[in-house]
Write a protein that binds this ligand. Structure first.
Ligand code: HEC
Length: 130
């Protein structure tokens, strides 16, 4: 009797285990797009020091905003930095640290950002009392 109870218990533990595994597979397969978006966002975060969060350049920085910039042009500029044909102070070095696939993810993410002034919803005001 005791053995039977044990069997029933271990069976249900196994079933739960199987269910857990199935959920893991589902969870791993389903958000491939979201995963790429997270990767893209993380890669773009490495540009924030100079280009601002998500490519929203700080006004006084003198940097051109990358948010909402045309993807084709950005990609071309980055490829030219990488190959060395476009003169640069730092971008030639920086862009060499990324694979072509990573650069495409970065450019896609930046191009999808809304340009400053066209952002909807809450925005920080100059003095930050938003
Ligand atoms: C250390 C500061 C710094 C970081 C970090 C940085 N950039 Fe730049 N970026 C610059 C500077 C400065 C320029 C102007 C070209 C130059 O002198 O290198 C520039 C130029 C560019 C341009 C061309 C802008 C234009 O319209 O002419 C693009 C596109 C760009 N950066 C993308 C990126 C991306 C994408 C990242 C992150 C992967 C990044 N940058 C990280 C400093 C930086």
């Amino acid at each position: 009797m005791a053995v039977r109870v044990l069997n029933v218990e271990s069976e249900s533990v196994m079933n739960r285990g199987r269910l857990f595994l199935v959920s893991c597979f589902l969870a791993a397969g389903w958000p491939a797009v979201a995963e790429n978006d997270t990767l893209a966002r993380n890669l773009v975060a490495t540009c924030a020091n100079c280009h601002g969060t998500n490519g929203h350049a700080v006004k006084s920085s003198g940097m051109e905003a990358l948010a909402g910039a045309e993807a084709v042009k950005m990609l071309q500029k980055l490829q030219e930095f990488k190959s060395g044909v476009r003169p640069a102070t730092v971008m030639q070095q920086i862009v060499k640290g990324y694979t072509d696939e990573e650069i495409e993810l970065i450019v896609g993410y930046l191009a999808r950002q809304k340009q400053a002034g066209r952002r909807s919803g809450a925005r920080m005001t100059e003095d930050g009392d938003d």
